[in-house]
Design a binder for this molecule. Structure first.
Ligand code: IPM
Ligand code: MG
Length: 360
């Protein structure tokens, strides 16, 4: 098979971690008789520095012509970087939101899984995380507060700002269908998270999710208010299989879910549309404080590449090969600094890439 991949190294640690994911992808492709072609594009701060904008139409066109996009991270230090002196629509994050919208990537899958080998890094008590957990957050990614109308204005000398949380039933239905479909491949449970005791958009969300559920009698549906969900994630994370939620709630809950796994450096993600196309990126940010030091954890990006093999290319066996190599490297006692504990060998970013390659 021929894999045509657009890469966005991006900012901060992005270029270092993407380099490792490419190394691992190339290795697994070579071993299995696939050819892989990479084309880099600029996005975020790297694009601002060259083009003055965080995302160009040309870059979008290159991404669209590929089978999938592999991304590192974008953005810099919001207090010191000159990028944050620009108007909001010209800052790095606008590039990420722009590409999500331009490619219609409405479904964001963020798995949060506790590795046995990393249970020491889990901040929860043994009695809470002892049995482990394995959940997937299905976050709606192109609607809600992120894309509703917004403005800042002055009324009678009073500075005022407004953001709009808007969803239509089609946007809710298509993400709910993705959640139920994937639940069937897991443990057949969907927890739909909303704020239906306050918000109209949540009340519509709940109604439409219930309608979709009628087509999935084999999947258990439960509804949970978002504040309760934030609490349940640290009280009993093992209860969750698929968490289905809107854009902003999903942003917040996925950071929380990642932290209970021990390190945000382990968590992959996939952003999908209605076709096989997808954008794959780690759930974490650009960590400008450790950029260029070869100490970042590349595993989240490497696991995102595995998700790409599975969801875009249907190469499940190759995806598993990568996932097994990651487990093996942890079993063998190698760790980057963020997940290192006593008795383990602390290795840098590129060495971690090499060690995973050796196990493929
Ligand atoms: C994420 C990030 C982005 C988001 C930011 C960088 C715009 O936090 O992917 O979770 O809020 O979606
Ligand atoms: Mg986030």
């Amino acid at each position: 098979m021929e894999l045509n991949i657009t890469c966005i190294p991006g900012d901060g640690i992005g270029p270092e971690i993407v380099a490792q994911a490419k190394k691992v992808l190339s290795r697994v492709c070579e071993k299995n008789g696939h050819t892989v072609k990479y084309t880099d594009i600029l996005m975020g701060g790297a694009s601002i520095d060259v083009h003055g904008v965080p995302l160009t139409d040309e870059a979008i066109a290159v991404a669209k012509s590929a089978d999938a996009v592999l991304m590192g991270s974008i953005g810099g230090d919001t207090t010191t970087s000159p990028w944050y002196k620009l108007p909001p629509e010209k800052r790095p994050e606008a590039g990420l939101l722009g590409i999500r919208k331009a490619l219609n990537l409405f479904a964001n899958l963020r798995p949060a899984y506790l590795y046995d080998e990393l249970s020491a890094a889990c901040p929860l008590k043994e009695e809470i995380c002892g049995k482990g957990f394995d959940m997937l957050i299905m976050r709606e990614l192109t609607g809600g507060l992120y894309f509703g109308e917004r403005k800042t204005y002055e009324e009678n000398g009073l500075r005022t700002a407004v953001d709009t949380l808007i969803y239509n039933e089609n946007e809710i239905r298509r993400i709910a269908v993705k959640a139920f479909d994937i639940a069937r491949k897991r443990r057949n449970k969907v927890t739909s998270v909303d704020k239906a005791n306050v918000l109209d958009s949540s009340r519509l969300w709940r109604k439409v999710v219930c309608e979709v559920a009628e087509d999935y009698p084999d999947v258990t549906l439960e509804h949970m208010l978002v504040d309760n969900c934030a609490m349940q994630l640290v009280k009993n994370p093992g209860q969750f299989d698929v968490i289905l939620t809107e854009n902003m709630f999903g942003d917040i809950l996925s950071d929380e879910a990642s932290m209970v796994t021990g390190s945000i450096g382990m968590l992959s993600s996939a952003s999908l549309n209605d076709t096989k196309f997808g954008l794959y990126e780690p759930s974490h940010g650009s960590a400008p404080d450790i950029a260029g030091k070869d100490i970042a954890n590349p595993i989240a990006t490497i696991l995102s590449a595995a998700m790409m093999l599975r969801y875009t290319f249907d190469l499940d066996k190759e995806a598993e090969t990568i996932e097994k190599a990651v487990k093996q490297v942890l079993k063998d006692g190698y760790r980057t600094g963020d997940i290192c504990s006593e008795g383990c060998e602390n290795v840098g970013c590129s060495r971690m890439g090499d060690l995973i390659c050796e196990r493929i």
